[in-house]
Design a protein around this ligand. Structure first.
Ligand code: PLP
Length: 398
C-alpha cells in the first residue's frame, strides 16, 4: 500500500510541476450569467458554463422538479428494467424522440454513459466504426468497449473520411458506422454533416451524431445540427445530454430507429446496470424541452450575444477561431499566457477557464468562452473591458 500511494503521490507531483493541476472553485449561488464564488466577494460574470439558454435556474424548471419531488418522491432505487421505470421516464423519452424527429429514445445517467453503451450492442468484430479524431472522450471510450474494427479520420477531413470508408469496405465490413460530434467542443466548429451524409450514402454507412453542444440551440426549434444543416433524414442516431442547454442537471439519451432503441434497452450495459434518473430531473427535463422548443426568443438573445462578443473581442485585437457557435475560443498559444489571462480576468470579475495540453494540442492554448441567453449587454461590455485590460497588461494585444 505505501509503495502504491508513493507512486500516486509522484504522479500528482508531476501534474503540479507541469502546471496542469486543475482546482475547483465552489459556486454558492445558482448557476447563471453571474455567480457568487466561495472566498470571493460580490458576483462574477460567468463565461464558462454550458448553460446556453440560461435554463439552469429557470423558475419553471425548479417548479416542475419540486412538483415531481412532492408527487413522485426522491429516487427510484432501481435500474429501469427491474422496477425503476416511472411514467415520467417514458414521457421524457417520447418527448426527446419527437423533438429530435426520431422513432424513440432511451435515457442514460449521462451522455457519457449513452456514448459508452451505444456501440457495443450494435456492432461486432464483423463491423467497422469510422470516427473523427476530435470526438468527445466518451465516444472514444464507447468505441474502445466495442469489438468493431476502428478507423479514424483527421477532424472534418472529408478526404480522409472517404479513404477510411473505402478501406472499411475493402476490409469486408458488414455494417459501417460513422461517429462524430455535431459541434466540436474545444473549437466550436460544426461537423460537415451534409458531406458526411453524402459519403455515408455512397458507402452504405450508418451515421451517429453526438449533439451535446447543439440540442436546444441549433437549427429550427433548437432541434440540433441535423436540422440546422437540413440533413435530418440522413442522421440515423443522435446522442445528447440533459446537462447543457436543456436545464443543465444530469442525464443523457440516445434517439434513433425503433429497432436500435429496442435492442439498446435489452443490451446497453450502462442502461442495464445503472440507476434510473430521479423523477425530479426527469420531470424538469420534459419542461426544459418544452421551453427549448418554443425558445426562439432565447436563441435570438444567445446569438445576438455571440455576435456582439465576437466582434467586441476582434475589435480589441484578440485572435479567435472563426465560427457561429456560442463557443468562442480566444487563442493564446502558450498555456502560461492562457492561465495568466484567466487569473487576471477572475480578479477583474470575469470567470473563464484556460484550456491547454492535453485537452487541446500543444501551442494552441486558449480560453474557451461561452455565451448564454441571460448575459446582458452590460455584462458583455464589462467582460470586454476586462479582456482588453488584461490582454494589454499581458501584451497579447496592443
Ligand atoms: C458534455 C459532453 C458529453 C458528456 O455529457 P454528460 O451528459 O455530461 O455526460 C458527451 N459528448 C459531448 C460532445 C459533450 O460535449
Amino acid at each position: 500500500m505505501s509503495a502504491f500511494l508513493a507512486r500516486i503521490d509522484a504522479e500528482l507531483a508531476e501534474i503540479r510541476a507541469a502546471d496542469l493541476y486543475k482546482t475547483e472553485r465552489p459556486i454558492r449561488s445558482p448557476q447563471g450569467a453571474r455567480v457568487s464564488i466561495e472566498g470571493r466577494g460580490g458576483d462574477i460574470i460567468n463565461l464558462c458554463a454550458n448553460n446556453y439558454l440560461g435554463l439552469a435556474d429557470n423558475p419553471e424548471l425548479v417548479a416542475a422538479a419540486t412538483a415531481a419531488l412532492e408527487t413522485s418522491g426522491y429516487g427510484m432505487a432501481s435500474v429501469r428494467f427491474i422496477c425503476g421505470t416511472h411514467d415520467l421516464h417514458r414521457e421524457l423519452e417520447t418527448s426527446i424522440a419527437r423533438y429530435l424527429g426520431k422513432d424513440d429514445a432511451i435515457l442514460f445517467a449521462a451522455c457519457f454513459d449513452a456514448n459508452g453503451g451505444l456501440f457495443e450492442p450494435l456492432l461486432t468484430d464483423q463491423d467497422a466504426i469510422v470516427s473523427d479524431s476530435l470526438n468527445h472522450a466518451s465516444i472514444i471510450d464507447g468505441i474502445r468497449l466495442c469489438k468493431a474494427k476502428r478507423y479514424r479520420y483527421a477532424n472534418s477531413d472529408m478526404n480522409e473520411l472517404e479513404a477510411a470508408l473505402k478501406q472499411a469496405r475493402a476490409d469486408g465490413a458488414r455494417s459501417i458506422m460513422i461517429a462524430t460530434d455535431g459541434v466540436f467542443s474545444m473549437d466550436g466548429y460544426l461537423a460537415k454533416l451534409p458531406e458526411i451524409v453524402a459519403l455515408a450514402r455512397a458507402y452504405d454507412a450508418v451515421v451517429m451524431v453526438d449533439d451535446c453542444h447543439a440540442t436546444g440551440i441549433m437549427g429550427e426549434r433548437g432541434a440540433g445540427t441535423h436540422v440546422h444543416h437540413g440533413v435530418a433524414d440522413g442522421i440515423d442516431i443522435l446522442t445528447g445530454t440533459l446537462g447543457k442547454a436543456l436545464g443543465g442537471a444530469i442525464g443523457g439519451y440516445i434517439a434513433g430507429p425503433q429497432a436500435v432503441i429496442d435492442l439498446l434497452r435489452q443490451r446497453a450495459r450502462p442502461y442495464l446496470f445503472s440507476n434510473a434518473l430521479p423523477p425530479m430531473v426527469t420531470a424538469a427535463s420534459i419542461k426544459a424541452i418544452e421551453l427549448a422548443e418554443k425558445g426562439d426568443h432565447l436563441r435570438a438573445r444567445l446569438y445576438a450575444n455571440t455576435a456582439k462578443w465576437r466582434s467586441g473581442l476582434e475589435a480589441l485585437g484578440f485572435r479567435l477561431l472563426p465560427g457561429e457557435h456560442p463557443i468562442v475560443p480566444v487563442m493564446f498559444g502558450e498555456a502560461s499566457i492562457a492561465q495568466a489571462m484567466a487569473k487576471r480576468l477572475y480578479e477583474a470579475g470575469v470567470y473563464v477557464s484556460g484550456f491547454f495540453y492535453p485537452v487541446v494540442p500543444k501551442g494552441q492554448a486558449r480560453i474557451r468562452t461561452q455565451m448564454n441567453a441571460d448575459l446582458t449587454e452590460d455584462d458583455l461590455d464589462a467582460a470586454l473591458a476586462a479582456f482588453g485590460e488584461a490582454g494589454r497588461e499581458l501584451k497579447v494585444i496592443s
